[in-house]
Design a protein. Structure first.
Length: 99
């Protein structure tokens, strides 16, 4: 493997590890910065590829966290004397919550 390819692979691995170690907000901010840099179009090819790979890792991280958060969102509903907890999507699978 050539030196440039090894460097890109190493930077992609570093980017994936960094994506896992940051908070959602930090990952999203880093992703936005990468998009801004790529949109300027003045990065050398190797740097643009490394930034793109890091952006993909950050995108996957953010999407995974959003999926997890979406599953956790619940809607608390009062039904007479009972509190019901049901998924945010509003399905009819409501469960009684402990009072």
């Amino acid at each position: 493997m050539g030196r440039a390819k090894r460097k890109l692979a190493s930077e992609a691995e570093d980017g994936a590890e960094a994506a896992e170690e940051t908070s959602f907000e930090q990952a999203l901010e880093a992703l936005e910065a990468i998009v801004d840099r790529l949109e300027q179009g003045d990065l050398p090819l190797e740097d643009a590829l490394a930034a793109f790979e890091k952006g993909v890792a950050l995108t996957r991280r953010c999407a995974g966290e959003l999926d997890t958060a979406e599953r956790r969102i619940e809607e608390l509903v009062r039904d007479g004397e009972k509190w019901l907890v049901r998924p945010f999507e509003g399905t009819d699978d409501a469960q009684e919550a402990e009072e």
